[in-house]
Ligand binder design. Structure first.
Ligand code: UD1
Ligand code: CA
Length: 453
C-alpha cells in the first residue's frame, strides 16, 4: 500500500534570546546532542518524503549541524524571521501539495515517533485541515492554549491573550501541528500580522481553518513530549526527564543499574543487557558497553568501547578512541585515550595510556605513563601480548615493547624492547652499610651546635 506523501518542516530560525548566552537555542545540548539533532532524528524515523529545516540568516553553525545529522534535509532561510506562521509560509513552496505536512519545532526535543504517528492518523481519519498536538504540562506558563466549542477545536490562543478560564484549563499547544498539504498554503497565505510581536503566528491557522469551514482536531500527547526549551531552567528540566526516560528503557532491557538516578547517559550510547553500571557514572557520546561488562562508580567515559566482561574503574576516565577488548580491566585513577587494550589486558592503578596499543593479557603496572607528546606531535606506544610493564615506568613514544617482554619497575624506556627481552632503564642502586646512622649522628651534632650559637 503506498501512503500519501509526508513532508516535515522543522522550525529553528528563532534566536533563543531567552537562553541568555548568545548561542543559537537549537545547538544547546540535551544528553550530549544538540536539541535539533533529537528533533531531526525523530523526524527521519517517520521516513518523510521531504524534510525542510527553516533557519535564519547567518546561522552557519546550525547549518553545519543540520548537514551532519540529516544530510537529506533541505534548508530554507527565513529572512528576516517574522514568526512561526511566516516560517511555514517560507517553506511552503518546497512542499508537494499532496499528503500531509508535519510541523515540528527545533526546541521541542522529547517527541516520539508513535505520538507523531497518532497525530498524523487522527488528522487523516477526520479529513481535518489541521491537527494540533496538545499536552498538559505541570507548569503551563508560557504555552498557548486550545479553545474548544463543544467538541470542536476552534482556536489556539497565546497565553497573553487567554482569559482566566482558558488559563486554568491547562491544555496547551505543543507547537506541533499536522496539516493537509493541499490546504496549508491557503492557511498560511493571509495570516494576520500580530502587532504585539510583529509576527505571523502559525497558531492562527486554526481559527482561519474554522472560518473557512474546515475541521481541526487535537490529539493529547504524554505531557513530557510537548515540553519546549525557552530557558536554561527548562533545558535542565528536559535533561532530567530525558535521562529518566532513557534509564527506564535500559533497565527494561536488562541493564543492571542499582542507582539509576545517578547515572548520566548520552543520546547515542549503547549498553547491552546484563552490563552493570554502578552509581555515579557518566556515559558520554559514542560509548558502547558490552554484556557483563562492569562500569564501577565515579567513572567517566566518552567515545569508548567496552567489550563483554571488561571492567572499568572505580574512578577511571576513558577518553575518545578507547577500546577495551573482552575481559580487559582498567582500574582506579587510570586515564586512557586512543588506546586499545587487548583481551584480558590489565591497567589497574594510576596510569595514563594515550595513543597506545596494548596486547592481550599484558599487565601494565601502577603509575605507568605513556609519554605520547613531545610538545609538537603525538606518537604511539605498542606493547605486545603478555608483556609486563613494571610500576612507575615512563614509555617515551614512539616505542615498542615486544610480546612477552618485561620492563623493570621505574624504567624510562626510550628504545624498543624485543620480544621476550628484559629491559631495565633506571639508575643502578648503591647501598652503603651503616652510612644512614653516621649521617644521622652528624646532622644531630650540627643541629646541637647551631642551638648553642
Ligand atoms: C510557540 C507557540 C505556542 C506554543 C509553544 C510551544 C506560536 C505563536 N506560539 O510559542 O502556542 O505553546 O510554541 O513550545 O507559534 N521560529 C522560527 N521562525 C520564527 C519564529 C520562531 O523558525 O520567525 C521557531 C523557533 O526557532 C522555535 C519555534 O519556531 O523552534 C517556536 O518559536 P518560539 O519563539 O520558541 O515560540 P513560543 O513562544 O515558544
Ligand atoms: Ca518555544
Amino acid at each position: 500500500m503506498s501512503r500519501a506523501p509526508l513532508s516535515i518542516v522543522v522550525l529553528a530560525a528563532g534566536k533563543g534570546t531567552r537562553m541568555r548566552n548568545g548561542r543559537p537555542k537549537v545547538l544547546h545540548p540535551l544528553a550530549g546532542w544538540p536539541l535539533i539533532r533529537h528533533v531531526l532524528a525523530t523526524a527521519r524515523s517517520l521516513e518523510p518524503d521531504r524534510l525542510v529545516v527553516v533557519l535564519a540568516p547567518a546561522m552557519d553553525e546550525v547549518v553545519a549541524e543540520v548537514r551532519r545529522s540529516a544530510a537529506d534535509a533541505e534548508i530554507v532561510v527565513q529572512d528576516p524571521p517574522l514568526g512561526t506562521g511566516h516560517a511555514v509560509a517560507v517553506a511552503c513552496p518546497k512542499l508537494p501539495p499532496q499528503g500531509a505536512v508535519l510541523v515540528l519545532y527545533g526546541d521541542t526535543p522529547l517527541l516520539t515517533r508513535p505520538t507523531l504517528e497518532r497525530l498524523l492518523s487522527a488528522r487523516e481519519e477526520a479529513g481535518a485541515a489541521v491537527a494540533v498536538l496538545a499536552f498538559r504540562p505541570p507548569d503551563p506558563s508560557g504555552y498557548g492554549r486550545l479553545r474548544f466549542e463543544g467538541d470542536e477545536l476552534v482556536e489556539l490562543v497565546e497565553e497573553r491573550h487567554a482569559d482566566s478560564r482558558l488559563r486554568v484549563e491547562g491544555l496547551c499547544n505543543s507547537g506541533v501541528m499536522a496539516f493537509d498539504a493541499a490546504r496549508l498554503p491557503i492557511l498560511v497565505d493571509e495570516l494576520p500580522l500580530r502587532q504585539e510581536k510583529n509576527e505571523y503566528y502559525l497558531t492562527d491557522t486554526v481559527s482561519r481553518a474554522v472560518a473557512t469551514g474546515w475541521r481541526c482536531r487535537a490529539v493529547e500527547a504524554p505531557w513530557a513530549e510537548g515540553l519546549g526549551v525557552n530557558s536554561q531552567r527548562q533545558l535542565a528540566e528536559l535533561e532530567r526527564l530525558w535521562q529518566e526516560r532513557r534509564r527506564g528503557e535500559l533497565l527494561d532491557e536488562g541493564v543492571v543499574m542499582p542507582a539509576p538516578e545517578t547515572v548520566f547517559l548520552a543520546a547515542d550510547c549503547q549498553v547491552a543487557p546484563g552490563a552493570v553500571i554502578e552509581p555515579y557514572v557518566v556515559l558520554g557520546p559514542g560509548v558502547r558497553i558490552g554484556a557483563a561488562a562492569v562500569i564501577h562508580s565515579f567513572s567517566h567515559l566518552e567515545s569508548a568501547v567496552v567489550d563483554e566482561g571488561a571492567s572499568v574503574g572505580p574512578f577511571a576516565r576513558l577518553r575518545p578512541g578507547t577500546v577495551l577488548e573482552a575481559g580487559a580491566r582498567v582500574g582506579n585513577f587510570v586515564e586512557t585515550k586512543a588506546t586499545r587494550l587487548g583481551k584480558g589486558a590489565k591497567a589497574n592503578h594510576l596510569s595514563y595510556l594515550g595513543d597506545a596499543t596494548i596486547g592481550a593479557a599484558a599487565n601494565i603496572g601502577a603509575g605507568t605513563i605513556t609519554c605520547n607528546y613531545d610538545g609538537f606531535a603525538k606518537h604511539r606506544t605498542e606493547i605486545g601480548d603478555g608483556a609486563f610493564i613494571g610500576s612507575n615506568t615512563a614509555l617515551v613514544a614512539p616505542v615498542r615493547v615486544g610480546n612477552g617482554a618485561i620492563v623493570g619497575a621505574g624504567s624510562t624506556v626510550t628504545e624498543d624492547v624485543p620480544d621476550d627481552a628484559l629491559a631495565i632503564a633506571r639508575g643502578r642502586q648503591a647501598t652503603k652499610p651503616g652510612r644512614a646512622a653516621e649521617l644521622r649522628a652528624r646532622l644531630r651534632r650540627a643541629a646541637r651546635e647551631q642551638g648553642r650559637s
